[in-house]
Design a protein around this ligand. Structure first.
Ligand code: PDD
Length: 275
């Protein structure tokens, strides 16, 4: 697949980085994952806002403007010849001999453009299983950093238990999925955890909240305990990669009727009209 590193278009499989690279050695960087539908990046402005916010939060100077980055993305998409694809973008604190203190070197910006890796659509039709697991991450989950080890461990544990996603619980409160945000429907109200420091402020989450407003669905951004999931009428997950996926069981207990919910389907259909 096509790739990009610091001003050069490359192949994503080219060996281009030295061992002393801070993303590689420390996870000292931030990233974005953007979906391209029919040649057009979905919610690019929101992704760029978050990318710059994440970089600022870790005191990383990207060394490129938002416009420059968008130009690179659009150029790569065009070169890839792919209409439906995804862009992975990361920025790290650059290349310098390993030392915890920040080096005085330029940031590395890299990207790949790949054919969209479609998920198993039967999940959307039948609903997904989730497993509740402790949220063992740090306090700043709103920053989209490369440090995903707790997320990976939770996702893998859920997978090994036959579930599609791990739903994380911190101090008795549901935060989000290991790589998704969570929504519930209860008595016609859409409920999702508030955008605190303990969750990633998902771009798909923003889209869903906007769709709810458009459809006249009441919304509450509020914290809830894991037990509340079992009492919900409908549950779904959102992310750039999976869009909107209904959840029909948690810890092997059936949610609602055990089928993708009517409201979830309505919101998903409205979402697909926007892409
Ligand atoms: N992950 N929460 C976490 C912890 C995530 O990693 C993601 C996305 C989301 C959903 O965010 P968005 O709607 O902006 O994709 C929520 C991406 C897909 C990833 O890591 O590849």
């Amino acid at each position: 697949a096509i790739g990009y590193l610091n001003g050069k278009v490359i192949s994503s499989s080219d060996p281009v980085l030295p061992i002393d690279e801070r993303g590689h050695q420390f996870g000292d960087g931030v990233y974005e994952y953007i979906r391209i539908y029919n040649g057009r990046a979905f919610m690019m402005d929101e992704h760029m806002d978050r990318f710059f916010k994440s970089a600022k939060a870790i005191k990383l100077n990207l060394g490129q403007t938002r416009e420059e980055i968008i130009t690179v993305v659009n150029d790569l998409i065009e070169r890839s010849g792919l209409a439906d694809c995804d862009v992975y973008m990361q920025a790290t604190r650059g290349i310098a001999p390993r030392n915890h203190l920040f080096p005085n070197v330029p940031a590395s910006i890299s990207m790949t453009v790949k054919p969209f890796r479609a998920m198993d659509e039967t999940l959307r039709k039948n609903g997904a299983k989730v497993k509740l697991l402790p949220d063992e991450r740090w306090q700043n989950c709103w920053i989209k950093t490369l440090n995903l080890l707790p997320n990976l461990l939770a996702k893998q544990e859920a997978f090994e238990a036959g579930a599609f996603e791990a739903v994380l619980v911190r101090d008795g409160i549901v935060t989000e999925g290991s790589s998704s945000n969570i929504f519930l429907l209860k008595d016609g109200t859409l409920i999702t955890p508030p955008a605190t420091k303990h969750i990633l402020h998902g771009i798909t989450r923003i889209a869903v909240l906007d769709i709810a407003a458009e459809l006249g669905i009441p919304v509450e951004e509020k914290e809830f305990a894991p037990e509340f999931i079992f009492e919900a009428d409908e549950v779904f997950l959102t992310s750039t990669g999976i869009e909107i996926v209904p959840v029909t069981s948690a810890d092997d207990r059936v949610i609602g009727e055990g089928n993708p919910g009517v409201m979830t389907t309505k919101i998903y259909e409205a979402f697909m009209k926007r892409v």
